[in-house]
Design a protein around this ligand. Structure first.
Ligand code: MCN
Length: 792
């Protein structure tokens, strides 16, 4: 342990510290699931439905079975006895929430192109792929339901056994009479329809897994590229009917997830069931093209948002009607996506009346689920686009309309009309800082000059302000939403005899730098070097309890658990130090990794000595257990509410419709920052994903339900080359909901950015009369908008 001189104890929290995770990633030392060498592992390849909706008439696996290297070929029927229940969803199936039976392989019907039909297991990947090609499946094609506005009419059904395409209707209408009154009395109203196109997550590492039975039998180690090793273990146990004690789930290095690995996938269940059946390891790695159909999609909503406002632009009511695409089945948290947004459609604004209704609909497309930001980017997009529409109606500047409506800083903690208590924030300060950084008035001047000069490179400035709910979630709140799990997080901190520190966390990082951040929290508290702190995670044998990583919860819930466990260890060490020094605990203070007598700093015992004493246990106070270790499970009292203002500056080429993002300014408030370098990295990634939705990405289907851009050659994922250098800043309003004063940041960039960019595109064309631009703002789409507007 590197001891710090008490007088010079350096604060570690808040410092820009390079991620300890990176050298291994950069040098290729990390091991991802597909890198794991497992002798004798069999390879699973899944034969998938080519149709969006069809009845399976006949499956002939005879030819495939006799192919070289093939060990087994299984249909859905062959594997029926393997399942103790259907594929998991965190919401129970009720009369109010329908979920058609969903098993790892389809049995009678297929409901989306890409659904698994036959599992082929062979000694090598090549042999499995060849044999999969020899499987014959005859289908009777059925009409697919693809569009939400068609699905809601139930003229065609996505699932033959359901009477309707509606999975659930969910309403949050705290004051319906007030909403009606506000619209009746409004000086001005705005009514908009926005489409949240489907997005295909594109983590660097595709999904990969290998299940290894123990040589003794009965126990299985599941290596999976997952964000949720703990939840996965529970769900695998329940679905495959295996005792949880017989399952060890390890997420090795995970090359990104963005929500797409927050799920329990058919292939994870298949590998487990087949390893059990064949008593051999079984592995699966998805191909990129396969993954575009077999891994969940994000977004997929049609939003109707209405604002009522008085003549000054003060919004008096927000009314939202949402159609949300579940895809063919409810996956682990599919219904939770629109529900998360439900509380946030009034955004950062103090509105009196609020109404939200969502219809969750089945279609014959890949299931949707949580994709980075889940529900909150959609809500922010709708309100921030609608606020710009209101500004245009009233001929107000977009910044000014926001100023007039913000929740004022002195109102925090703020009781929102949707039922949440926002913890802290200073929305005005965010906006002013961002405007200042952008040089907003100069930009507006330049815009005017370009317009006056008829410059075909039109300038657009887009403002977007957001608030999100993170730290998902207090367990009691989850219970009230009928969600089948808690929202706590677990941590253990132990100081080993040689005084090195081991931290065990229930979070499961997949690119967020938890090892660096958690080591900083502990080192700061203990007054030691972060290099002396090791962080263990993502292995249920080492960290048996955990709720994993999603919803920007890890720091505010998991980091807090780590912090509190460290505090507890210090409390225990204090007892030992007091006993050794023969003084009362109250007379001791802990400074710079030493316990010292208050007022007599020369009388001190270093933590290292106490750690060794706790190990030998030669002279402990009566009744005190040996060893310095503490475990905590912490349930947060509230969400945290990160917020910010983002400004996008675009140039729209009038002659080609091409949109160039020329500047991007973001001011984010994630409370106290543990590591500003990591915070910036998270914001960079998030902004890029939001810009991607605004300008590039969209899952395109043809009328028969075929995904048309099922490869990275056709599905445009932007890289750093398409992005300007981001101009970042922050405000800090510490969250009172946790002792670190932190809020989440992992999704912030995604939430603020798409509306900022589209507001900028529309702003560039507003003098032509353009009021909307659907996402993504492709050159063709923008060119058509310009052409239509110019011909009016
Ligand atoms: N942090 C900080 N100070 C703050 C807030 C956060 O120093 N005030 C640091 C944390 O210590 C942590 C990181 O920022 O190292 C992110 O913390 P947090 O905001 O708690 O978010 P999570 O770790 O829970 O990550 C969740 C979020 C989600 S939901 C997805 S999806 C996501 C993401 O973050 N997927 C990612 N970031 C990703 N980043 C990468 N590289 N890859 C992914 O797949």
């Amino acid at each position: 342990m590197t001891m710090t001189d008490p007088a010079q104890q350096e604060q570690i929290i808040g410092k820009r510290r390079i991620r300890r995770e990176d050298p291994k990633l950069l040098s290729g030392e990390n091991r991802f699931a597909d890198d794991l060498v497992v002798p004798g592992a069999l390879h699973l390849v899944v034969v998938r439905s080519p149709h969006a909706h069809a009845r399976i008439q006949r499956i002939d696996v005879n030819a495939a079975k006799s192919m070289p290297g093939v060990v087994g070929v299984f249909t859905g029927k062959d594997l029926e006895s393997e399942w103790a229940g259907p594929m998991p969803c965190a919401w129970p199936v009720t009369a109010e929430m329908k979920n058609p039976a969903h098993y790892p392989l389809a049995v009678e019907y297929v409901h989306y192109a890409g659904e698994g039909v036959v599992a082929v297991v062979a000694r090598s990947q090549v042999e499995a792929v060849d044999a999969a090609g020899a499987v014959i499946v005859d289908y009777e094609e059925l009409p697919p339901v693809l569009e939400l506005e068609e699905a809601v009419n139930d003229t065609t059904l996505a699932h033959e056994e359901l009477e309707s395409n509606t999975s659930f209707v969910w309403a949050l209408e705290p004051n319906p009479d007030a909403v009606d009154a506000a619209f009746r009395d409004a000086a001005v109203t705005v009514s908009e329809r926005f489409v949240q196109q489907r997005l295909i997550p594109a983590a660097m590492e595709p999904r990969a897994m290998v299940v290894v039975p123990s040589p003794m039998g009965g126990d299985y180690t599941v290596y999976s590229s997952t964000q949720i090793p703990h939840v996965l273990r529970v769900m695998l146990a329940l679905t495959a009917g295996i005792s949880e004690t017989k399952l060890r789930v390890i997420a090795p290095s995970v090359g990104g997830g963005f929500g797409s690995k927050l799920d329990v996938y058919a292939e994870e269940l298949l590998c487990l069931a087949l390893a059990r059946r064949m008593r051999q390891p079984v592995r699966f790695t998805e191909e990129r093209g396969e993954g575009t159909m077999a891994t969940i999609h994000g977004r997929g909503q049609v939003q109707h948002i209405e604002l009522a406002a008085n003549a000054d632009g003060k919004v008096t009511a927000v009314r939202v009607k949402l159609l949300a695409d579940m895809g063919a089945y409810l996956q682990l948290v599919t219904p939770g996506v629109p529900l998360l947004g439900a509380f946030l459609y009034h955004g950062v604004y103090d509105v009196g009346a609020y109404s939200f209704t969502c219809t969750g609909l089945f279609t014959n497309k890949t299931p949707t689920d949580a994709y980075r930001g889940a529900g909150r980017p959609e809500a922010t997009y709708a309100i921030e686009r609608a606020m710009d529409s209101l500004a245009r109606r009233l001929e107000l500047d977009p910044a000014e309309i926001r100023r007039r409506n913000f929740i004022a800083a002195e109102k925090f903690p703020y009781q929102s009309v949707a039922g949440l208590v926002f913890d802290s924030g200073s929305y005005h300060a965010n906006l002013e800082k961002a405007l200042d950084k952008a040089g907003y008035s100069d930009l507006r001047r330049e815009q005017e000059q370009r317009r006056a000069a008829g410059n075909p490179r039109r300038l657009g400035i887009g403002v977007s302000c957001y608030v999100e709910m993170c730290g998902l979630a207090p367990s009691r709140v989850l219970a009230s939403l009928n969600y089948g799990a808690g929202g706590w997080e677990a941590a253990t901190v132990r100081i080993l005899p040689t005084s090195k520190v081991q931290v065990v966390t229930g979070t499961a990082p997949h690119g967020q730098g938890h090892e660096t951040s958690w080591s900083m929290i502990v080192a700061d508290k203990l007054g030691i070097s972060p290099d002396d702190v090791e962080v263990l995670h993502s292995d249920t044998a080492i960290a048996p309890y955990g709720m994993d990583t999603y919803g920007s919860r890890s720091l505010s819930v998991g980091g807090t658990a780590v912090y509190l466990a460290t505090e507890r260890v210090i409390e225990k060490a204090m007892k030992i130090a007091a006993h050794q020094m023969e003084v009362a605990e109250e007379d001791l203070e802990y400074v710079g990794a030493s316990f010292r007598v208050k007022g007599s700093p020369e009388q001190q015992l270093p933590l290292a000595a106490i750690a060794f004493e706790a190990f030998t246990a030669h002279n402990l106070p009566d009744g005190l257990e040996p060893n310095l270790e503490a475990s905590i499970s912490w349930d947060p009292p509230n969400f945290t509410f990160p917020n910010g203002t983002h400004i996008a500056v675009v140039e729209v080429d009038e002659e080609t419709g091409h949109v160039q993002l020329v500047r991007y300014i973001a001011v984010d408030d994630c409370g106290n920052q543990i590591n500003p370098l990591i915070v910036e990295g998270q914001v960079h990634g998030g902004i890029t994903q939001g810009v991607a939705q605004a300008l590039y990405e969209e899952a395109l289907y043809d009328s028969s339900g075929q995904l048309l851009n099922a490869s990275l050659a056709d599905y445009l994922v932007p890289s750093a080359c398409e992005m300007p250098s981001f101009e970042l800043d922050s405000t800090v309003t510490p969250s009172p909901t946790n002792p670190l004063g932190v809020k989440g940041v992992g999704e912030a960039g995604t939430i603020g950015s798409a509306p900022a960019v589209i507001n900028a595109v529309v702003d560039a064309l507003s003098d032509l009369g353009v009021t909307d631009c659907p996402m993504p703002a492709t050159p063709e789409r923008v060119y058509q908008l310009i052409k239509q507007a110019s011909s009016k």
